[in-house]
Design a protein around this ligand. Sequence first.
Ligand SMILES: [Fe+2]
Length: 192
Amino acid sequence: MSLVKVLEVVKDLHSANPSLSSFVDWPKNLTSNEKSNVNIPATDLVKHFELKGSQHTQPLVSAVKEHAQFANWQRTYTEDEVGLDFLNRYGYYELIGTNGHFHSDDLRAFIAYWGEGLTYDWHSHEAEELYFLLAGSALFKTERIEKILKTNDSCYHRSWESHSMVTFSDPVLTLVLWRGNGLEILSTMDKK
Ligand SMILES: [Fe+2]
């Protein structure tokens, strides 16, 4: 099964949500990259994700859950960098992008999940980024700002702006958009 349904729901959310549609235009001429499904421990956690989104985000939460096992799940970091518990309760897939389920050179769109009680340490990347929370909550930090984000909230990160994230009693399910230069370069942890 492909992720066409997830793509359709993301497209609807993008056109209905000004913070998403003003961040980046919906890409033209999307084609399928025929990505194989890759399951990781977080796949099951997403499949059984219990929190509800808002009226606005729940269609995407449901589509992500229903199609979790068909996605090409990935993890950017090693156990040395983030620890085994983090690796077992986090993951993402690239829905749209140069290496996504649907090809675009103009943006990347990820579905990303973190379990409760995790610290995603300071990291950065060249592409500009917009996190949009589908369900759950997390504390987002940059040098400029520290705020708890909940469903429907978004958070912007500049190019190379270092950021970190902490989850408390809730897990968090997010849509993450990237634009600008360095789209193909993944995030790296800041050197300590
Ligand atoms: Fe980021």
